[in-house]
Design a protein around this ligand. Structure first.
Ligand code: NAP
Length: 285
């Protein structure tokens, strides 16, 4: 009996394997973004999702790379754990103490990078949102905030405040980041509001996944403020709804950042820089 002829599309070595790992992960649009980059660049690869709770993270990463995987995107709540797990960190990942991209090197070691900051700054530039000279508030003190702080500071804000549910975490991150950064709890923002609402408010907490926005004092945002939610959704996110209720003229979601940070990761893995402009214009399902 002769074997069935092999489909030309499946001939040759299996495609290189990549995935995004997080908890939860079902909502992630990274697989669609990387599939679009690969198709446009003519790169043959597979990109999946791995749901791993914190206690299973190290094992899941180990199994993925032992099984021949080439690279992982890392999302909440694992970015700081990924920085501890990597054998080597890029300078920007070391500065952040958080990793959103793992790449297996030729010698089998794991390189950890952080493309979140570059992704955010590229999206703010695309949207024409200025950081230089702005009074900036960052909500949240987790892995995402760690990734964006360095590039935000480099862009020259007049003031940078981190506010978080756990005030001590915000304060510690501010101390790590230098004298120009302040860290506090949401209820301690009042002194900063004496000069008026913040110019730019970046939301980087996991609260949106629970359908909520952080409890911020009256006056945190106003008509002159720009709100940017690192989270994203099909309609307005809870933070975007909150911001609109404060009268902001502009409220954006983080899908553009997701596309830009993914492009940086794709470049690290494949050595090819995807053209993101087309994807920004596409309605991602
Ligand atoms: P993380 O490391 O797990 O940090 C979570 C943050 O959310 C912490 O500041 C935490 O505060 C806060 N938080 C969690 N539950 C809360 C609650 N019930 N009430 C108040 N605060 C709560 O997560 P992450 O990696 O920083 O991600 C944060 C968000 O940014 C996520 O929505 C993620 O999807 C988004 N993100 C988007 C992009 C993009 O490309 N668009 C990139 C990175 C991240 P405590 O310190 O008090 O626990």
């Amino acid at each position: 009996m002769s074997a069935a002829p092999r489909d030309a599309s499946t001939a040759g070595p299996p495609p290189d394997r990549y995935a995004v790992i997080g908890h939860p992960i079902a909502h992630s649009r990274s697989p669609r973004i990387h599939a679009a980059f690969a198709a446009a660049a003519g790169e043959r690869l597979e990109y999946g999702r791995i749901d791993a709770p914190p206690e299973g993270f190290a094992r899941a990463v180990h199994d993925f790379f032992e099984g021949g995987g080439r690279g992982l995107n890392v999302t909440l709540p694992h970015k700081e754990a990924a920085a501890r797990l990597a054998d080597r960190l890029t300078p920007r990942a070391r500065l952040a103490g958080a990793v959103n991209t793992l790449a297996r090197q030729a010698d089998g070691s794991l390189l950890g990078d952080n493309t979140d900051g570059a992704g955010l700054m590229a999206d703010l530039a695309r949207l024409g949102i200025r950081v230089m000279g702005a009074r900036v508030l960052v909500l949240g003190a987790g892995g995402a905030t760690r990734g964006i702080l360095g590039p935000l500071l480099e862009a020259g804000p007049a003031l940078l405040v981190i506010a978080n549910r756990t005030a001590s975490r915000a304060a510690a991150l501010a101390t790590e980041s230098g004298a120009r950064v302040h860290g506090c709890g949401y209820d301690a923002l009042a002194p900063f509001l004496a000069a008026g609402p913040f110019d730019l408010i970046l939301h980087a907490t996991a609260l949106g996944l629970q359908g909520e926005a952080p409890p911020l004092p009256q006056g945190t945002a106003g008509p002159s403020s720009v709100a940017y939610d690192l989270g994203y959704g099909a309609g307005d996110t809870p933070f975007v709804r909150w911001a609109r209720a404060q009268g902001v003229t502009r409220a954006e979601q983080g899908l553009g950042m997701l596309i830009e940070q993914a492009a940086e990761a794709f470049f690290l893995w494949r050595g090819v820089r995807p053209d993101t402009a087309a994807l920004h214009r596409t309605e991602l399902p």
